[in-house]
Design a protein around this ligand. Structure first.
Ligand code: AMP
Ligand code: ZN
Length: 461
């Protein structure tokens, strides 16, 4: 079965055909680096990491170029610098480093290219000059604006009418705009703000312009796949398309792939709602692979509700997979390709639920295998499938020992599992069991605090 992707511009699943199979190009919009990433942000990073791995398996690791940018100039970064008194570069470097570490812990491979917005100001200025020359942009009062009437298909990606777009983007009605839907490519910088000299005065770029310039500079005029979260479809990606197509008279990307939202209690996880769970904090309580498996447990285009139950199930699933590997530890190491059941599911628009079902079937077979040949084959297949999924990367023995070791008390994983069990016991009014669990935790030196948001724990003294 060929690789098939859901192209959100055409709103259909299409067989993936790269323009050049020797150089398949993928771009995903990366983080704005001024604070910690939450697990909703991580969903995008993990989904496009999976796509990167699938493409590498299909075309060979040397034939895929993946760029994920870093937005290191932005109003929110400037505000964070003002609040903390730190330099802008101090903030952006710190949070870019933390982002790489956190995503690395989720098995996200480093992209081939990690362009920064501040590293591409020259390219942005050149792009604006081209747009002005073609009549698709204009300068006004220190700003450069994109003229949406210049692009006939504006709104095609998000399928919005002009009025929807104006309302949806909460576009600023400003006296210097020719049309209220026009968006900013460049804006003037105040003296105490970061800025760069340009033909239109000292200023800084708009977010949408950054991606168009970085894509062209690093990957080319038309790329194979452009990815990002569904919330970026409008206005961000719509505006990227308008800029790039008007400048180059060629499509920006041949496939548009968007991941669905991660939710909590059916609401999108977002800073403005205050319902975020930081990757950094989750990693103190769970191995990265548990979080990764949880993030990939739903199909990437479906919403995914983040719950304790999901985390526990993900841990139990991985424990089962690692247990199978542990039983095969003495089988000889041989080479194998990822089994068709897993890779076939991933080729089908990254159908991870089906791929995980195939993994579990493989694990059942591994548990029953008797001959040394079968055991060696199944071990190799599990490892190969794990490599494409970005899972099963740890030595099985180390997996069960946990990072901090269980010898001197309960591991964080075990404590979390007991807390979930205790909550379930209470919910089903099995108070004897709930109390027994509390006693067990207390005996192990774990202090539980029950609050309105659920229970938290810490190690005593
Ligand atoms: P932001 O920091 O909001 O610019 O988001 C960075 C990336 O995370 C973008 O690709 C967003 O689409 C994605 N993202 C943010 N919140 C969520 C969420 N709740 N679920 C899935 N993706 C998200
Ligand atoms: Zn972008």
């Amino acid at each position: 079965m060929p690789l098939v992707l859901h192209d959100n511009l055409k709103r259909e699943k299409r067989v993936f055909k790269p323009a050049d199979p020797q150089r398949v190009t993928l771009y995903a919009c990366g983080p704005t680096v001024y604070n910690y990433a939450h697990i909703g942000n991580a969903r995008a990073a993990v989904v496009f990491d999976l796509l990167f791995r699938v493409l590498r398996a299909e075309y060979g690791p040397d034939h895929v170029v993946y760029a994920r940018n870093i937005t290191d100039v932005d109003d929110k970064i400037i505000a964070a610098a003002r609040e903390t008194g730190a330099d802008i570069s101090e903030i952006t470097e710190k949070f870019a480093r933390i982002y790489r570490e956190d995503m690395g812990a989720l098995g996200v491979m480093a992209p081939n290219i990690e362009p920064t917005a501040t590293g591409h100001i020259k390219e942005m200025i050149a792009l604006m000059a081209r747009l002005i020359e073609k009549g698709a942009a204009y300068a006004a009062e220190g700003h450069v604006l994109f003229s949406v009437t210049a692009y006939e298909d504006y709104g095609a990606l998000s399928r919005r009418s002009r009025d929807d777009m104006i309302a949806g983007a909460r576009v600023e009605v400003a006296p210097y705009k020719k049309d209220p839907a026009d968006f900013v490519l460049w804006k003037p910088a105040k003296d105490d703000e970061p800025g760069w000299d340009s033909p239109w005065g000292r200023g800084r770029p708009g977010w949408h312009l950054e991606c168009s310039a970085m894509i062209e500079a690093n990957l080319g005029v038309t790329i194979d796949i452009h990815g990002g979260g569904l919330d970026l479809q409008f206005p961000h990606h719509e505006n990227e398309i308008a800029q790039s197509v008007c400048a180059n008279h060629a499509p920006l990307a041949n496939y548009w792939v968007h991941n669905g939202f991660l939710t909590m209690d059916a609401e999108k996880m977002s800073k403005s709602l205050g319902n975020v769970r930081l990757v950094h904090e989750l990693l103190e309580r769970f191995p990265g692979e548990v979080l990764r498996l949880a993030l990939l447990s739903a199909h990437y285009r479906q919403p995914l509700d983040w719950t304790d139950r999901l985390l526990e199930q993900s841990r139990a699933t991985l424990d089962g997979w690692y247990r199978a590997l542990l039983k095969l530890a003495d089988a000889p190491d041989v080479e194998a390709s990822p089994p068709e059941g897993v890779i076939g599911a991933l080729r089908d628009d990254m159908n991870t639920p089906e791929a995980f079902a195939a993994m579990s079937a493989l694990v059942s077979r591994a548990n029953k295998a008797e001959s040394q040949d079968d055991r060696a084959q199944l071990k190799a297949q599990l490892r190969a499938a794990g490599a494409v999924l970005g899972l099963l990367q740890i030595d099985p023995q180390a997996w069960f020992q946990g990072e901090d070791g269980e010898a001197d008390g309960l591991s964080a994983e075990r404590i979390e599992a007991l807390l979930v069990e205790r909550r379930e016991a209470r919910a089903s009014k099995d108070f004897a069991r709930a109390d027994a669990i509390r006693d067990e935790l207390t005996a192990a030196g774990v202090v539980i605090e029950d609050g309105p948001q659920g229970s938290t724990w810490r190690r005593a003294g």
